[in-house]
Design a protein around this ligand. Structure first.
Ligand code: 13P
Length: 257
């Protein structure tokens, strides 16, 4: 048995003071999570989160990163800056960054590679739009984003990554993918990973589902063979609701051979 992985993506929500209050409440309600829990606040709240999470089993993640360690890149945040604040994970290529900030597959690949090389675990986000799905292009789009995102990673680097499948139409809409629908895409992702890396490595890469996950549906995703956890947006903003997501998650049987 192994723990599921639950990642809270707060997006552009919560000040440092609000983060402090969230963490005190979460710590009170979840003492021993039966899950690997990662909290990704905005950059300005990382320091508060780092202080609040000290001595707890929760991990800290960032929502984005720049690929170079320092230099004339106004507004950017580097890996050493994140690591100094205890950050262990970083989200790369969220659909909101692809769409609103025009991040390309190549930009995202550089972030994934830099994170692997310099001590962060990247969470590579991929997922189709509603139009892609309607046109029957889901697998094609997801496979293309995946292969571009992991381009030129070696086996050692591949063992550090996580993949989040987030169908764009399910994000923030309440219209979550059915667990079976998500499993189908996760199986496609797993197969593509087996083509890119050894079977052993591909089997060990955690695949998270994201898109309107909440305390009532988390359990049904985690029953699926290739769903190892979730990337949670809206339901991670309230400490009580996120505590319920954690409590309603279940240990995963090691079904994959
Ligand atoms: P919601 O859980 O609000 O749908 O957001 C999902 C998401 O984008 C997490 O990265």
């Amino acid at each position: 048995m192994r723990y599921p992985i639950l990642v809270a993506n707060w997006k552009m929500n919560k000040t440092a003071a609000e983060t402090d209050s969230f963490i005190s409440q979460l710590k009170k309600s979840v003492k021993k999570p039966q899950a690997t829990v990662v909290i990704c606040p905005p950059f300005t709240a990382l320091q508060a989160a780092h202080a609040g999470l000290k001595g707890t089993p929760f991990f800290l993640g960032a929502q984005d990163v720049y690929v170079l360690p320092k230099g004339p890149f106004t507004g950017e945040i580097s890996i050493p800056m994140l690591r100094e604040l205890g950050v262990k994970f970083v989200i790369a290529g969220h659909s909101e960054r692809r769409k609103s900030f025009k991040e390309s597959d190549n930009d995202i690949n550089l972030k994934v590679k830099a994170a692997c090389e310099h001590g962060l675990k990247p969470i590579l986000c991929i997922g189709e739009s509603w139009d892609d799905r309607k046109e029957g292009k889901t697998n094609e789009v997801v496979e293309k984003q995946l292969s571009a995102g992991i381009e030129s990673l070696d086996e050692r680097e591949a063992r550090k990554i996580l993949i989040a499948y987030e169908p764009v139409w399910a994000i923030g809409t309440g219209n979550n993918a059915q667990p079976g629908q998500a499993q189908d895409v996760h199986a496609t992702i797993r197969k593509a990973l087996e083509g890119a890396f050894s079977k052993e490595t591909a089997k060990g890469i955690p695949l998270l589902y994201g898109g309107s996950v909440n305390p009532s549906n988390i359990g049904s995703y985690l029953k699926e063979k290739d769903i190892d956890g979730a990337l949670v947006g809206g339901a991670s903003l309230d400490p009580g609701e996120f505590a319920s997501v954690i409590q309603n998650s279940r240990m995963k049987a090691d079904a994959r051979q």
